[in-house]
Ligand binder design. Structure first.
Ligand code: SF4
Length: 458
């Protein structure tokens, strides 16, 4: 029997998918996972290194693993800066960077050699860290942009897309094993396939282009909810909206716009401004009026004046986005924005964030109140505190970041079921209602056998 590996996974959904891949491969080699530090033979910590608080959290998680177990391998985004880790924790056994799955495996092998068994080699890689009914599907790694506040392209490199056939085979496997909602992620999801010139690959007897519109159209055959995250606001995103109107894609887009002042966006090296953002949103909504838009913004970026911030507030008031996240600017070691003049004092940043969120809270409340009396399809994530109550999400809400729907049911509902809820009460972020029916689950029939995955170079 091979040894036991403890695993600590920090960071964003993209890091979570890396953790799933590492754990899948460890399991395929016969390793077990340990839920406690004490029972583990070695602990792998998958870190986040994006902003200063994430670095601190990662360093503290490494320190805890060292104190509790002693044998620690570090990987993930902070692993791209080994000097930071080694300085704080010289005892770590090995430091590997983001996406270096092979190196993590090699490091584990050095501590606990793998078992040589012909049977363990046949175990399919299928570790998921999310509940059974939803899964993140990573379609590309890295990023070709140069946003001045971000070091992800330095950490993870330029974009590398997966072939469409590879993504489709993974999605089919997930749906066949109970996944009802696929959350499509990349650093920049809308640029999928650009780096491989949208080359085609063969899936289930047909050629599929590595392009988001083609990929989503193919994925739609599986029958699961499809949700897009981290969509950079390119003009071609417009081509995805008809797929929402056709019911192939959830009417939901997570588009981080970051700001609305053209001056600040230029300093961030991001496209657009309030006027062009509004025009884009209006166009999307004219095709899919039901579209729920989520965005995130940074306030207190170097050089942001009260006038720039007011531009952003006017945009928030006019855009009436459905979900908004707002972060105060914080320096990321190695980011170009650190050298920009006009640092905004912390208390001003906080005050601006509070003003923006208060404005958005009112918009969210009004939007949620308009849902009272409507019947929404809701996917059940967990049981509620009271008997018969469940907690779930509508098509307009992604897990972990958006609102929840609390509902009273007939008591026969299970986690992962999709049910109909009539909304009776609204709060700024969450909705309340009662069950009025079920949505039958009809997965597409994924082709699981004899699927030829081959790539045609163009
Ligand atoms: S799009 Fe910008 S913020 Fe997003 S990962 Fe790429 S460089 Fe970073």
């Amino acid at each position: 029997m091979a040894g036991k590996v403890g695993f600590v996974s920090l960071g964003c959904p993209k890091a979570l998918v890396d953790s799933e891949q590492i754990l899948s491969r460890l399991r395929a080699e016969g390793y077990q996972t340990s839920p406690t530090y004490q029972d583990a033979d070695v602990v792998v910590v998958n870190t986040c290194g994006f902003i200063t608080p994430a670095v601190e959290e990662s360093l503290s998680a490494i320190g805890e693993a060292l104190a509790e177990n002693g044998k620690v391998i570090v990987t993930g985004c902070l692993g791209a800066r080994p000097e930071v880790i080694k300085q704080a924790h010289p005892q770590v056994l090995e430091v590997t960077g983001p996406g270096e799955l092979d190196k993590v495996l090699e490091a584990v092998h050095r501590v606990i050699p793998p078992e040589q068994s012909p049977f363990t080699a046949l175990v399919p890689p299928a570790v998921k860290l999310t509940p059974r009914h939803y899964a993140y599907l990573k379609i590309a790694e890295g990023c070709n942009h140069k946003c001045s506040f971000c070091i992800i392209p330095k950490l993870r490199g330029l974009q590398t897309s997966r072939d469409a056939a590879d993504v489709l085979a993974e999605a089919a496997r997930l749906v066949a094993t109970g996944t009802k909602e696929l959350l499509i992620i990349a650093q920049d999801t809308s640029a999928y396939g650009v780096d491989i010139r949208h080359r085609t690959s063969a899936y289930a007897g047909r050629l599929v282009r590595a392009h988001l519109v083609d990929l989503v159209s193919e994925l739609a055959h599986l029958g699961a909810w499809l949700r897009l995250h981290y969509v950079y606001p390119y003009p071609h995103v417009r081509d995805l909206i008809p797929l929402m109107a056709e019911g192939k894609l959830l009417p939901y887009l997570d588009v981080p716009l970051q700001h609305a002042s053209p001056k600040i966006l230029r300093a961030m090296r991001r496209p657009g401004g309030a006027e062009s953002h509004l025009k884009t949103l209006e166009e999307w909504r004219s095709i899919a009026p039901d579209l729920a838009l989520r965005s995130s913004f940074i306030v207190g970026f170097p050089g942001e004046t009260e006038e720039d911030f007011e531009l952003l507030m006017d945009f928030i008031a006019e855009a009436r986005l459905d979900r908004v996240g707002c972060f105060t600017y914080s320096e990321v070691p190695g980011a170009e924005a650190n050298a920009l003049p006009g640092a905004v004092p912390e208390e001003v940043k906080e005050e601006r964030r509070a003003r923006l969120m208060a404005l958005q809270q009112q918009i969210s409340l009004e939007k949620n109140q308009a849902r009272i009396g409507q019947t929404l399809e809701v996917i059940v994530d967990e049981y509620g505190e009271l008997p018969g109550w469940v907690v779930g999400r509508s098509k307009y809400d992604a897990p972990g970041i958006d609102g929840l729907v609390y509902a009273e049911t007939d008591g026969t509902v299970r986690i992962g079921d999709i049910i109909r809820i009539r909304i009776t009460r609204a709060e700024p972020y969450d909705l309340y209602g009662e069950m009025v029916g079920r949505v039958p689950w009809k997965p597409g029939i994924p082709v699981m056998k004899n699927v030829a995955i081959e790539t045609i170079q163009v």
